[in-house]
Design a protein around this ligand. Sequence first.
Ligand code: HEM
Length: 117
Amino acid sequence: MSKEIPLATVKTHNKPNDLWLIIDNKVYDVTKFLHEHPGGEETLIDVAGRDGTKAFNDVGHSSEARQILKKYFIGNLAAADIPKKGPVSCRQIGLALGAAFLGISLIYVIRRGLARN
Ligand code: HEM
């Protein structure tokens, strides 16, 4: 089984000469890759010691890039630090409440309109 690394530990490796980052809940030590990165050093320094999943995916890296990544894998992010996704997100609850409110308001307005006639 691979090593589990707490988020607090990852956070301490946030410098150009000691640079870890998290992608898809896996921890990578990319210190040695920094100068080779075709996307520049700054992009990696920006997410040093943090979760770079979104930044990494947004660029649409090639499968070759994912292959390179494997070389720098040092362990999995500790299970306790992996954000849990509930069955429904807050956004979904907000949308459902908004839709319900709109629906009820509409019924109210229609019924009042009908009552007048
Ligand atoms: C440590 C993990 C990473 C590896 C192994 C990696 C590897 C690569 C590779 C091989 C390329 C060349 C194009 C390709 O094959 O897709 C590339 C390009 C690029 N990467 Fe990364 N990358 C990593 C993380 C990131 C992060 C976190 C960012 C943040 C935004 C980033 C931004 C970019 C950009 C902007 C390019 C495009 C460069 C260009 O086309 O001019 N990369 N990366």
